[in-house]
Design a protein around this ligand. Structure first.
Ligand SMILES: Cc1cc2nc3c(=O)[nH]c(=O)nc-3n(C[C@H](O)[C@H](O)[C@H](O)COP(=O)(O)OP(=O)(O)OC[C@H]3O[C@@H](n4cnc5c(N)ncnc54)[C@H](O)[C@@H]3O)c2cc1C
Length: 480
């Protein structure tokens, strides 16, 4: 069997890894000149001549990401590149909330989190709709049928948490999936609560890579795959797929088509829609399902090289509970999180040590499309200055501003038609962080899990065991 993997993000790389390890000749076609997709990294240079790797933005490697870890182990068997962040604060108007030191199981983790949340008093708790809140502890097969039609906003509104507590406990969390609450499925939100917190013994804490993604993961993985015969075609875009009995042909813009026995489409949502729309021979059910996919609103990653250091006690990564007061005039309302890169990875650490400055990355998710780049910049900088006043007077030595729109939407009511890894065509599999999986998963973990599953599917065996997360919340398991 020969396979063409379309897309060199985590999903495509995971599929290529399993296939190549099983001796399958793989060609991986990637539109960009770098690998990694939304985890990508490329070489760049600052105005002061320092060479560095710019990335698509800070990434948290949660401890329950068993399949991401299995992929990382191919190039880092002891996971030495992953370093734990012991805590990360959520900075809000009433100080910082913390996720450190929580009990490991539900409901004790929830009880303790609620107990220590400054913005929640006993009187507030009495007003909360406890019955609806228990849906968070009841994750199970029924969750999508019961809650997918509702938006995360309507669900969270119905819980009647006071605004500050809601912002610190829920809005930050909901926003981490890039979708605005009003267009985000309540079922998807409940699945994420379960996967990241309530059904997860590792808590909400995570690890980070101690060097840029290219050096920590993507370059070693490329070398690992090349040693196993994978051919990389970077800077080339797939435009169409044709399937004929027992084989496939992948059309590439400006190059001769590639023939193979099977194909993995591991593209982002917009590219997948374009490729499937241009491939009329694909089954109508697959075309209809892919047509329902969409990207959510844009997000911004702004990395700043500043001439002043952040205060020594600042966390390497902090979420903000300011997000939510969005739009022009709400200074800082777009800011979702702040990373201090010199406290995370070696290149920035060396730059900061040499210059005495700091490397700060600001993220804004689900950015309203009507805002201009200038407005977003002003808002994010106002947010940084308010939360880290010691940086308010800092001069920007250099900066990189990425405004992208390639994260999947999980709109209310979209679950039923969401495509799965398997398609009606035995020689075609899908992978990506938008794919419906038979167990709870999200973001990088969903991308890698789907890539592993796509390879297993084409190989017709479980060549790579895929570790599923627990599929039932506490109350669902007790049949309550
Ligand atoms: C700013 C930011 C922060 C994030 N933080 C986290 C985090 O902390 N934790 C976490 O778990 N996840 C995080 N994520 C999400 C994570 O990056 C994604 O879930 C994951 O990388 C998706 O991988 P993928 O392979 O499914 O898709 P992608 O990475 O989008 O890969 C798709 C690939 O297809 C390529 N492609 C597109 N069109 C074509 C074509 N026509 N031909 C060939 N190739 C094509 C694209 O260039 C891309 O490389 C973050 C994402 C962003 C943007």
């Amino acid at each position: 069997m020969t396979v063409v993997v379309c897309g060199g993000g985590l999903a495509g790389l995971a599929a290529a890894t399993v296939l190549a390890e099983q001796g399958v000749p793989v060609t991986l076609v990637e539109r960009e000149r770098y690998l990694g997709g939304r985890l990508g990294a490329w070489d760049d240079q600052l105005v002061d001549g320092t060479r560095f790797q710019m990335e698509r933005g800070f990434h948290a490697f949660f401890r329950q990401y068993a399949n991401v870890r299995a992929l990382l182990r191919r190039v880092d068997p002891d996971l030495r590149r992953l370093v734990p962040l012991e805590d990360y604060p959520i900075l809000g108007p009433r100080g910082a909330e913390s996720f450190a030191g929580l009990p490991k199981t539900a409901p004790f983790n929830v009880v303790e989190l609620v107990r220590r949340t400054r913005s929640l008093g006993l009187r507030d708790l009495a007003r909360v709709d406890a019955l609806r809140a228990t849906a968070m502890l009841c994750y199970g097969e029924h969750t999508y049928a019961r809650w997918d039609a509702l938006s995360a906003r309507d669900y969270l509104d119905s819980l009647r948490f006071p605004p500050d507590a809601r912002r610190a406990l829920f809005d930050v969390f909901a926003h981490s999936f890039f979708n605005p609450e009003e267009d985000f499925s309540a079922a998807e939100l409940l699945m994420q609560f379960h996967f990241y917190f309530l059904g997860n013994r590792d808590g909400l804490l995570f690890d980070v890579l101690d060097r840029p993604f290219g050096r920590a993961l993507l370059e070693p993985l490329r070398a690992y795959l090349e040693a196993r015969g994978v051919r990389f075609r970077l800077g080339e875009a797939v435009s169409r797929v044709a399937l004929a009995s027992g084989g496939a042909q992948v059309a590439i813009d400006g190059s001769a088509p590639l023939d193979a026995d099977a194909v993995v489409l591991a593209l982002d949502v917009s590219a997948l829609r374009r490729v499937v729309a241009a491939s009329p021979a694909l089954a109508p059910s697959l075309r209809a399902s892919v047509e329902t996919l969409d990207v959510t609103r844009p997000f911004v990653v702004w990395r700043l090289w500043l001439d002043l250091p952040a205060r020594a006690d600042r966390a390497p990564f902090a979420g903000t509970a300011a997000a939510g007061r969005r739009g022009p005039g709400s200074a800082g309302g777009l800011l979702d999180n702040i990373s201090l890169f010199e406290r995370l990875e070696d290149e920035s650490r060396a730059w900061a040590a040499r210059t005495g400055g700091s490397v700060v990355e600001l993220h804004a998710y689900a950015v309203p499309s009507e805002l201009s780049e200038d407005e977003v910049r002003r808002d994010l900088r106002a947010g940084l200055d308010a939360l880290y006043p010691e940086l308010a007077g800092a001069r920007t030595i250099d900066e990189r501003f990425l405004w992208r729109r390639d994260c999947p939407a999980f709109a209310p009511g979209s679950y039923a038609l969401r495509p799965t890894v398997q398609t009606p065509h035995p020689e075609l599999a899908l992978a990506g962080d938008f794919v419906k999986l038979p167990f709870p998963s999200a973001l990088m973990e969903r991308a890698v899990s789907s890539g592993f599953l796509a390879a297993n599917h084409l190989l017709r065996r479980d060549a790579q065991p895929v570790v599923p997360a627990s599929s039932r919340g506490l109350l669902a398991a007790l049949r309550l």
